[in-house]
Design a protein around this ligand. Structure first.
Ligand SMILES: Nc1ncnc2c1ncn2[C@@H]1O[C@H](COP(=O)(O)OP(=O)(O)OP(=O)(O)O)[C@@H](O)[C@H]1O
Length: 220
C-alpha cells in the first residue's frame, strides 16, 4: 500500500530528522509507531499522508511514485485515508455532528442515509449528548474523540493517528483502541503514533515501528 525506499527528511539545513527509512505498510496491517519525544513520529506520519515531501529517497503509494502526484492526485489519495491530527483540526463553524459526518458528505452520501451511522459512532465515543455543540466548547479529550470519530466514519483504507489517546484516561483509551481494531478487522491498515506502553500492550498482534535517532526499527 505504501513503500519507503531510502527516505530521508531534513528540515532546513540541519541534520536529517529521518534517515534511510526502508519499510512497507501492507494493506490490512496494524502498527504502532513509537519513540522518544522529538524522534520524528509526527514527521513520519506527515510523509505517510503526503503532506510533506521527502528530501531524498522514494515513497510509493498504491504502487505509484508519490513524487509524480499532482494536487488532484494527492486529494484523491487522501480521500482514501482517515487522519487523526495531534491538534484535532475540527471545524469550529460546524457542529460536532457535522464535523464527524463531513467525510461522508465529501463522498457524496445523503444525510438521510448516514445520519443513524454518525449518531451510533457519536454514542460509542460518548459524545452523543454533545452532538449539536461546536467543537470550541469541548474539552481536549472530547475533541480528540470527535477527531477519531471523523477519521473512522468513512471506513478509510488507511487510518493514520497521531497520539489519538493522549488526552483521555486509560479505560477510554482502551475503548478507542477497539474502534481502531474494528476498523482494522474490517480491512483497513492502521498506523497509530503513541507513547502509551499500556495501550500498545492491549494489542499484541500489532507490529511496532520504533524511531530512534532518525532511524526506524521494525518489530514484527
Ligand atoms: N516544521 C518544522 N521545522 C523545523 N523543524 C521541525 C519542524 N517540525 C518538526 N521539527 C523538528 O523535527 C524533530 C521531530 O519532530 P516531530 O514532531 O516529528 O517528533 P515527534 O516524535 O512527533 O515528537 P512528539 O512525541 O514530542 O510529538 C524535532 O526535533 C522537531 O523540532
Amino acid at each position: 500500500m505504501l513503500t519507503f525506499q531510502n527516505v530521508g527528511l531534513r528540515y532546513g539545513t540541519g541534520e536529517e530528522t529521518l534517515k534511510d527509512l526502508n519499510f512497507s505498510l501492507a494493506p490490512k496491517s496494524f502498527q504502532f509507531l513509537t519513540g522518544p519525544s522529538g524522534a520524528g513520529k509526527t514527521t513520519l506520519l506527515k510523509l505517510l499522508m503526503l503532506s510533506l515531501k521527502p528530501t531524498r529517497g522514494k515513497i510509493e503509494v498504491f504502487g505509484k511514485d508519490a513524487a509524480t502526484f499532482d494536487k488532484p492526485a494527492v486529494t484523491e489519495i487522501r480521500r482514501r485515508f482517515g487522519v487523526v491530527f495531534q491538534d484535532f483540526r475540527l471545524l469550529d463553524h460546524l457542529t460536532l455532528y457535522e464535523n464527524v459526518a463531513l467525510p461522508l458528505r465529501v463522498l457524496g452520501r445523503e444525510e438521510a442515509d448516514y445520519r443513524a451511522e454518525v449518531f451510533e459512532l457519536l454514542r460509542w465515543v460518548g459524545l452523543f449528548e454533545r452532538r449539536y455543540s461546536p467543537p470550541s466548547v469541548l474539552s481536549g479529550g472530547e475533541k480528540q474523540r470527535a477527531a477519531i470519530a471523523r477519521a473512522v466514519i468513512g471506513r478509510p483504507e488507511l487510518l493514520i493517528a497521531d497520539e489519538p489517546t493522549g488526552n483521555v484516561d486509560p479505560p477510554l483509551a482502551r475503548r478507542l483502541l477497539r474502534l481502531f481494531v474494528e476498523l482494522h478487522k474490517s480491512g483497513a491498515a492502521v498506523v497509530i503514533a503513541t507513547h502509551d506502553l499500556d495501550l500498545m500492550d492491549q494489542y499484541e498482534a500489532a507490529r511496532r515501528l520504533v524511531l530512534a535517532e532518525g532511524r526506524l526499527h521494525v518489530y514484527e
